[in-house]
Design a protein around this ligand. Structure first.
Ligand code: IPE
Ligand code: IPE
Ligand code: MG
Length: 227
């Protein structure tokens, strides 16, 4: 009987637009609702015994292809959300981190991100990493370029260290909304992750469903190439 330990959970939060459309609402209402779910899931992870890291896919390098009004809305939503949620990071003892290239964001948003990171850096219940303007290919290319500039040999260890996310490998990756693809998320770090796909749209995802998925994860037979 397997007894896997979940340390690093990653989530592709997908389906906000469809959630809104089904209700006859504009897509941005789905993003607003989806942002609320992040709080519940972060609380669950902070209280969970073994989860150390929660990585959330919030905005991909490909999401710039969306209509300008939606991209602008998502940027404003992030800013407002971080402002409003800072007290809950304190309450849950959650440390905020990001991966992805945030240098292209507005100075105001960059300052907000830096402020929340600074204010929460001492917390240890869970590290919540938001993937913002994140793309796995871009992350790997940037890491290799840095190693080249430093004249360092590219090895699995050195490359892992140079990634935006020098965190542990991912144990469990969940994607909501029924899509069964990776969409350029953490391709290096999911090499041996267990993958779960649920039809639930992100705004309807609950800690209860997460708990059910974790129960299945614990029983999976993870062999890592062994027997
Ligand atoms: C995920 O929901 C949120 C982001 C990508 C920002 P979507 O906006 O992709 O929702 P669907 O997939 O169109 O339903
Ligand atoms: C992946 O969702 C990115 C995020 C959840 C932030 P998308 O909705 O952008 O992915 P595709 O386009 O369906 O692959
Ligand atoms: Mg989508």
């Amino acid at each position: 009987m397997a007894n896997n330990i979940l340390r690093h959970l990653a989530l592709i939060m997908d389906g906000n637009g469809r959630w809104a459309k089904r209700r006859g609402l504009i897509r941005t209402r789905g993003h607003e609702r989806g942002a609320e779910v992040i709080r519940d899931i972060t609380k669950y992870c902070a209280e969970h015994d073994t989860i150390e890291t929660l990585t959330l896919y919030a905005f991909s390098t490909e999401n710039w292809k969306r209509p300008k009004y939606e991209v602008d809305f998502l940027m404003r939503l992030l800013d407002r959300w971080l402002e409003k949620e800072l007290p809950t990071y304190h309450k849950f003892g959650a440390k905020f981190e990001t991966i992805g290239n945030i240098e292209v964001f507005s100075p105001k948003l960059q300052r907000r991100i830096a402020m929340v990171k600074e204010e929460t850096k001492h917390y240890t219940n869970v590290t919540q990493i938001m993937a913002l303007n994140y793309g796995s290919r871009e992350e790997i290319v940037r890491a290799v370029s840095r190693l080249n500039r430093k004249g360092e040999e590219v090895t699995e260890e050195s490359l892992s260290r140079e990634l935006d996310s020098p965190y542990s490998d991912i144990d469990l990756l969940i994607r909501t909304s029924g899509e069964q693809r990776i969409s350029n998320f953490l391709m290096w770090q999911i090499s041996y992750a267990e993958l779960f796909f649920t039809d639930t749209l992100w705004p309807d995802f609950t800690p209860r469903e997460l708990e059910q998925i974790i129960a299945q994860f614990i029983d999976r037979d993870r062999r890592f190439g062994g027997v």
